[in-house]
Design a protein around this ligand. Structure first.
Ligand code: ATP
Ligand code: MG
Length: 277
């Protein structure tokens, strides 16, 4: 049995290979599963949710999360992003502003108050447990789970962006891995393609799976425009990662959700909205 054997984790069809600078097109994308006729007739919406983590900070989690939201919105789904903890916010007209939270909001189509989509909006751009302690705040799961429940009620799809890498501390007894466990969502790992990423990716995959979570897939994101042997690095990861490659996002001129979305294929993921027959 593989470490993250699809047979044991709910079933994940094999994913297509997606090449750099080769957007997924209708011709190359696999056919979406169709909704059973009875279900479609009743208009029962499918529900998709995932937790997006990364091999590090600043490696494309927000870009990929926004791209996923963009695809969901394009399919007519009520999709909402959540950035439960944001460290690095400035006050604008009396309201705290964080770039990740803003990008996720723009990519989704469900308008909820910011204290729901980002229950912990912290000013200092530093490790979250430090940013929280500077404000005398304790980052705790209850507030996040309560907000998440509100989002579930208002949307059909939710994309939760983690913070930094997978094991970022929030407090003495709560961290980003613990949050993923509480949410119990399939995890999508964004691998920032740069020297050293293979070990980071494999260690992160191990950490995800060892907590009993499903690693739904990974995305290769070319953060370093000068990285050498990108194809070889991706090939090494494809051989070793216990989950499918969902796409390869090249270095983009304009790192927009719409542009990144063309390089990611999610049709095989559990709960991904099906094409209605
Ligand atoms: N493929 C890409 N092409 C061009 N720019 C990119 C690409 N991926 C990410 N970037 C840029 O790199 C920066 C970091 O990306 P992003 O904010 O998505 O990372 P992150 O992992 O969410 O960071 P954080 O840990 O702060 O949440 C952003 O300015 C983004 O526009
Ligand atoms: Mg981010």
């Amino acid at each position: 049995m593989m470490l993250n054997d699809p047979e044991q984790t709910g079933g994940m069809p094999e994913q297509p290979e997606v090449g750099f600078a080769e957007p997924v097109t209708a011709a190359t994308a696999p056919a979406s599963p169709t909704v059973p006729a009875a279900l479609a007739a009743e208009g029962i919406p499918t529900r998709f949710a995932c937790f997006v983590t990364g091999t590090d900070t600043e490696i494309g989690k927000t870009l990929v999360s926004s791209a996923i939201l963009h695809k969901l919105v394009q399919q007519g789904v009520r999709a909402c992003g959540m950035k439960p903890i944001a460290a690095g916010a400035e006050e604008r007209d009396g309201v705290l502003h964080n770039e990740d939270a803003a990008m996720l909001r723009e990519a989704g189509n469900v308008n909820l108050p910011q204290h729901i989509t980002t229950p912990f909006m912290l000013r200092e751009p530093c490790a979250p447990h430090i940013a929280a302690s500077l404000e005398g705040v304790t980052i705790e799961p209850v507030a996040i789970m309560t907000a998440y429940a509100e989002i579930l009620g208002a949307s059909d799809a939710t994309v939760v962006e983690g913070v930094g890498g997978f094991c970022v501390p929030f407090s003495d007894d709560f961290d980003s891995a613990g949050l993923a466990v509480q949410l119990n969502l399939p995890v999508i790992l964004v691998v920032g393609m740069r020297l050293g990423c293979i070990s980071h990716a494999l260690l992160t995959a191990e950490a995800i799976i060892s907590r009993g979570l499903v690693l739904a897939g990974w995305v290769a994101n070319q953060v370093d425009p000068d990285m050498r042997f990108v194809d070889e690095n991706i090939a090494a990861l494809e051989q070793r990662m216990p989950a499918p490659l969902l796409g390869r996002v090249p270095r983009l001129d304009q790192a927009s959700a719409a542009q990144a979305a063309t390089f990611i294929e999610l049709a095989g993921l559990p709960g991904w909205p099906a094409t209605r027959a």
